[in-house]
Ligand binder design. Structure first.
Ligand SMILES: Cc1cc2nc3c(=O)[nH]c(=O)nc-3n(C[C@H](O)[C@H](O)[C@H](O)COP(=O)(O)OP(=O)(O)OC[C@H]3O[C@@H](n4cnc5c(N)ncnc54)[C@H](O)[C@@H]3O)c2cc1C
Length: 361
């Protein structure tokens, strides 16, 4: 069977690695000059968002026999509201390296894969369709699904970020909720060493978002010492869903399959899962079984979107209230110990609750 994979990112390389376990060597087509040739950053994989999987890296190892390593465990999360902060501690998940970093997840997957990677060209489905039995679209964006008319956008995010040098707790992430520099969005800090971290703002909006202005305001608000190393900007990063994951001989995985969870824009674990499951379906000669395998993730998309919309509907008063709730030791324990049912519950309950209580501040 001849398989082409478009995109040597997390989903594409996961698919390749598993296909190779089944004795199928795909051809990989990558737009950049090498695997991981993008900005370097730290990202999080949070157990709380991946229930019922308790430990994402153990799960990948046990279920698919693919051993990958994060950079660090994530043991605490500080959430800063406009007035106050809350600290959540526990076995929260992992911090990973991405992009052009020697331990980036895509670099680790690339080291395991033996498939040939044809680089330096933005391929289209039409370039490859005639030559292959199956094409796995793993381009990390909505361009190809849009061309196939199967894509529906839910959120358009704009992201500005940088690597910053300073002194950090490598097991702790920080989030800022403040509508003066992250309207309807959030800012976060993720250290990927004790002296280097990713600092980002992610805000929604299709036009008129002055990211540079928000960035300056955010940087000025920070009360710790740091130097900005390099900055990147991503306009119009689309989060959405495909009406189907399989059409004719095409399979859509990772972001191109709609596997970014809208709540916080997390998509690493889901992208790898989709790549692995697509490979199993191809190897079993039943591409449609990929859709069944992904159903639990497809089902968790809407609660996640709902949470995202709740967050987007909040203002500084509501952020202050949320911080008060999180400072409560019972809420804190609940969030860190009993993951996603709580998130689903919160998705249903938090909106009217916060609306009712916003006058508390
Ligand atoms: C700034 C930022 C922070 C993030 N933080 C987190 C986080 O903390 N936690 C989390 O879980 N997720 C996070 N995400 C999301 C996560 O990075 C993605 O969901 C994940 O990388 C998607 O994997 P993928 O394989 O679909 O795409 P990618 O890993 O992006 O890979 C796509 C590959 O396809 C290539 N490509 C593109 N077009 C073509 C083409 N036409 N032909 C050939 N190759 C092509 C690209 O060059 C790239 O190598 C973040 C995303 C961003 C942008």
């Amino acid at each position: 069977m001849k398989v082409a994979i478009m995109g040597a990112g997390l989903a594409g390389l996961s698919c390749s690695v598993l296909l190779e376990q089944y004795g199928v060597l795909p051809d990989i087509y990558e737009a950049q000059y090498k695997i991981g040739a993008r900005f370097t950053n730290g990202e999080a994989i949070m157990n709380i968002l991946d229930f019922p999987v308790e430990d994402c890296f153990n799960y990948l190892d046990r279920k698919y026999e693919v051993k990958l390593n994060p950079i660090n465990t994530l043991e605490s999360l500080v959430i800063h509201g406009p007035k106050d902060s809350a600290l959540i501690e526990g076995n929260l998940g992992y911090i990973t390296a991405r992009g052009n970093h020697p331990h980036a997840l895509e670099v680790q997957l690339g080291d395991i894969s033996k498939a040939p990677v044809f680089t330096n060209n933005y391929y289209t489905i039409d370039d490859l369709k005639a030559k292959y039995d199956v094409i796995v679209v793993a381009t990390g964006n909505s361009n190809e699904p849009k061309r196939q008319r199967i894509w529906e956008t839910d959120i358009v995010a704009n992201i500005i970020g940088a690597s910053i040098r300073g002194t950090f707790n490598p097991h702790q992430a920080e989030v800022w909720l403040n509508d003066s520099y992250a309207p309807q969005g959030y800012c976060f800090l993720l250290p990927y060493h004790n002296n280097i971290a990713s600092l980002c703002i992610a805000v929604p909006g299709t036009a008129g978002v002055n990211l540079e202005l928000l960035w300056q305001k955010f940087l000025e608000s920070l009360h710790f010492e740091f130097n900005v190393k390099d900055t990147f900007t991503l306009h119009s990063f689309e989060i959405g869903r495909n009406k189907t994951l399989v059409t004719e001989n095409l399979m859509f995985v990772g972001n191109a399959g709609g596997f970014v969870m809208p709540f916080l824009g997390f998509g690493q674990f889901t992208s790898m899962l989709s790549g692995f499951e697509a490979a199993i379906a191809i190897a079993n000669g039943n591409m449609q079984s990929y859709i069944d395998a992904m159903q639990p993730l497809i089902d968790s998309y809407y609660p996640s979107l709902k949470m995202r919309r709740v967050l987007a509907g909040m203002n500084n008063n509501k952020y202050n209230l949320l911080i008060k709730i999180l400072q409560n030791k019972y809420a804190n324990t609940t969030f860190s110990k009993f993951p996603i049912p709580i998130l689903k519950l919160v998705a249903n309950v938090i909106d009217p609750f916060i609306a009712r209580n916003s006058e508390l501040n």
